[in-house]
Design a protein around this ligand. Structure first.
Ligand code: GLN
Length: 440
């Protein structure tokens, strides 16, 4: 691929990502290259076709260095749920050398970019899997409006929430790469036909008069002091740049996480029914067909995936469907309406990306709900289908990266990138051992 790229360069045919070495989350099907989704059940799966998003990147001249680790089927916030073992965050805290999680599910993508192993990486975000690992590794991550990146060839987790995006070191890199990945794709029924403006050209450096909303409900009790200080710092940068700050209310925020953990498992239980040992992937024989299904799925799926299949099957079952699934769909509409109302008075919202910085690989709680809390600020965005971006904004008192999240209305990717770019020029991180901005 590199040779072919050199040849194109010699002929003066230069794509927007010509010769750029990138990593691909192992959830995107890559033709003739193993694609595991972090699962044992797909550990021998070699796709005969290419995902639309990766094809768009190759068409623009990008070069794949390798496939990147993730939580199994993108379910998780740490990569601890990968069947192939966790990825380590290149960052360490000042107090000890314990290996830390890079966040998840796109933890491999974030660690590869933060460690300079790849210039940029693809990622996907169902409830926070681009923004949370970007935040925990000191990087920029953007999830576009639902439907802008085709889902064709991306292993499905929760189809109404899944959306591809990018993790990069700089805002400009995100703008360039995201633009290449977006396309209208007849092979995905939810793909939108909506052209975005030139995203790199949108980085004008000017956000004078921008109205920025600060949602009251995001001042939650689990928000650490250093994170809330970073949030205040972000508000100051925006004021310095001439933006106007307004308090707003998103009253249904507290229902977002429980709603997500009904809808996402429901969709997952349906999507994952295709792994049956018959068509592709792992097969563990049994005496009967049913036994073969059971053996294959018992051995092929990890604990977290099994938990979600069980929760999802339960909330969709006769008798519980109305009480859980249907009710969650109604709450989803209310969450969407909250954002619509807020965007009548402000252009974008500023929130923390996560409640805390990275935790150690050997420190996760045994309570799955605590892991789910990692996504308390990111999940509402997926339920509403909106675009959002996480940018590195400071360091915790432990010397670890903390991220701030910008959320905008549908198709406001240009505005989010412009705002993040302005904030990035005002941000200073000299309080830490490492500099987040050593690419400049
Ligand atoms: N951490 C969330 C989950 O476990 C979100 C994952 C994602 O966005 N893929 O479902």
């Amino acid at each position: 691929a590199a040779k072919r790229s050199d040849q194109r360069l010699q002929k003066g045919q230069v794509g927007a990502m010509e010769g750029k070495p990138i990593g691909i989350k192992d959830l995107f099907c890559t033709k003739n290259v193993k694609t595991t989704a972090g699962s044992k059940i797909l550990s021998n799966f070699i796709p005969p076709y290419e995902s639309t998003v990766t094809q768009n990147l190759w068409d623009a001249g990008a070069i794949m260095l390798g496939k990147l680790n993730l939580d199994e089927f993108a379910m998780g916030s740490s990569t601890l749920a990968s069947a192939f073992g966790p990825t380590v965050n290149p960052w360490q805290r000042t107090s000890d050398n314990k290996p830390l999680v890079p966040g998840g599910s796109s933890g491999g993508s974030a660690a590869a970019v933060a460690s300079y192993s790849a210039m940029a990486a693809t990622a996907t975000d169902t409830g926070g899997s681009i923004r949370q690992p970007a935040a925990l590794c000191g990087l920029v991550g953007i999830k576009p409006t639902y439907g802008l990146c085709s889902r064709y060839g991306t292993v499905a987790f929760a189809s109404s929430l899944d959306q591809a995006g990018v993790i990069t070191r700089t805002v400009r890199d995100s703008a360039i790469m995201l633009q290449v990945m977006i396309s209208h794709d007849p092979k995905d029924g939810t793909s939108l036909n909506h052209a975005l403006p030139n995203l790199e050209a949108a980085l004008t450096g000017n956000i004078k008069g921008l109205k920025v909303g600060i949602p009251n409900e995001y001042r939650t009790s689990n928000l650490k002091k250093d994170m809330s200080d970073t949030w205040d710092k972000g508000i100051d940068w925006l004021k310095q740049a001439g933006a106007e700050i307004r308090e707003v209310s998103l009253p249904h925020t507290k229902y977002a996480l429980p709603t997500y953990y009904i809808l996402a498992p429901a969709e997952a239980s349906s999507n994952l029914s295709r792994y049956d040992g018959l068509r592709y992937g792992l097969r563990v024989e049994g005496h009967t067909l049913d036994e073969m299904y059971e053996n294959t799925r018992a051995e092929g799926f990890g604990t977290e995936v099994k938990r979600r299949i069980m929760v999802g099957t339960y909330v969709l079952s006769a008798g519980y469907y109305d009480a859980y699934y249907l009710q969650a769909q109604k709450v989803r509409s209310l969450i969407k309406q909250d954002f619509n109302t807020a965007f009548k008075s402000v252009d974008v919202l500023l929130t923390p990306s996560t409640p805390t910085g990275a935790f150690a690989l050997d420190e996760p709680s045994t309570d799955p709900i605590e892991m789910y809390m990692q996504d308390v600020f990111t999940v509402p965005v997926n339920l509403a289908g909106l675009p959002a971006l996480s940018l590195p904004a400071g360091l915790s008192k432990e010397g670890l990266p903390l991220g701030l999240q910008l959320i905008g209305p549908n198709f406001s990717e240009d505005l989010l990138l412009r705002t993040a770019d302005v904030m990035d020029t005002l941000a200073t991180f000299d309080e830490g051992r490492q500099t987040l901005r050593n690419t400049k």
